[in-house]
Write a protein that binds this ligand. Sequence first.
Ligand code: HEC
Ligand code: HEC
Length: 369
Amino acid sequence: MTAPPRRLLTLVVPLMLLVSISMSAARGGGFLAEADDGEAVYFRECAGCHGNEGQGDSAGPSLKALLDSEEAVVGVSQLVREGYGNMDAFGNDLPEAQIEAVADYVVSQFGISGDVSDGEVLYGLNCADCHGAAGQGGAASSLIGVPSPMVVSAIRSGPFSMPAYGQSTLSDSQVAAIAAYVEETLAPSPQPVQVDMLELSLRTVHVLAVVIYLGGGILLHGPLRRALRLIPPGQAAIVGTHVGQGFTYLSWLSLALWGSTGYWMLFRLGWGDPSSPFTLFISPERLGNPHGVSMLVMLSVWYLIVVNASIITFLLRPRLARRVTADADTEAANRVVETISDSARWVDILALTNLLLTVVGLASGALFL
Ligand code: HEC
Ligand code: HEC
């Protein structure tokens, strides 16, 4: 039978088509569909670190803050493919279809729909876990009183263990909304009930101690010195010694108050790190932000002043008190006079240095107001 092949073809081609369609349908509903199913991939590959609900875990941040958008899907699939910060890349382990499926799942399942522009909502989703619901601090430092530019830069750069948030996670306007929320709503509360009396007293005594130290120094080296020149030198020397002694007590008292209140506040902030004395008891990870650096400046200033003050009190002042004895010869008398004037010069230099250091410390502390 030389059957016309045309008829056969009209029969066979649709049949083959049908078979292939049903085969792919069967595959789609079977083994491959499971592999490409975003949910399955999520629970297999991601949930261990990001939690079953995408709520985050110690091993991975919350995924709830993603915007439900096309760009977010593209962004997530890219970071799953290529890795992101501390998260490994999956590009070599997962086929492209699974990467896209899981990105789609993550965004549609956990993403926020619509354009969330409310700073408070965004803060709650992204930041509250670490910085506390009211910005009071927790796993990370308090954000109360942190100015908006600092918030923006922290969000984008991610200091220390804080994740950096790229454009795919938070748009510029969302970052601005969070920053505004932090600056305005989390601002130090004016309500007196909320004032921490101990903190307030510590701060007051701290600043007062610094001001007394500075004031005493300025008085001693300015007006008092000029006044002493107006009275006879013999009397001036005696008055000067008395005043110097008085000032010594005052300055040590204020230095002690200054340092102890400072340390007390440092430890209340949870910033102390007695195990690393080379950072002057500030844990090194605090030094990555302006507050940490200014704290280090204040501590260094205080230490330097204590060293200088010790030199003045225990080395130079005793020399200033030397007197020429009646039986001394000219040479010995000259030596004493020379020692006294040398010491006096050094007292001046160190005391002035301390005043300058105090000003640096005050300026640095202003960051905390
Ligand atoms: C071993 C733990 C781990 C696994 C597994 C893991 N991640 Fe991550 N993921 C992280 C960590 C840690 C980060 C934060 C990285 C950083 O900021 O340095 C992160 C960040 C992300 C981010 C960015 C979140 C943001 O807010 O910026 C997304 C999205 C994400 N992961 C999705 C996934 C998906 C999807 C999977 C599964 C395919 C997955 N992750 C698997 C640990 C993990
Ligand atoms: C996984 C935890 C974590 C999350 C989530 C997180 N942060 Fe942080 N943040 C940190 C850590 C850790 C630091 C650095 C050390 C510190 O200040 O405690 C930090 C530092 C900061 C700083 C600098 C503070 C200062 O005093 O210098 C700001 C501002 C900040 N974060 C804002 C935010 C905002 C806004 C969000 C939400 C978009 C956020 N953080 C989300 C952990 C986190």
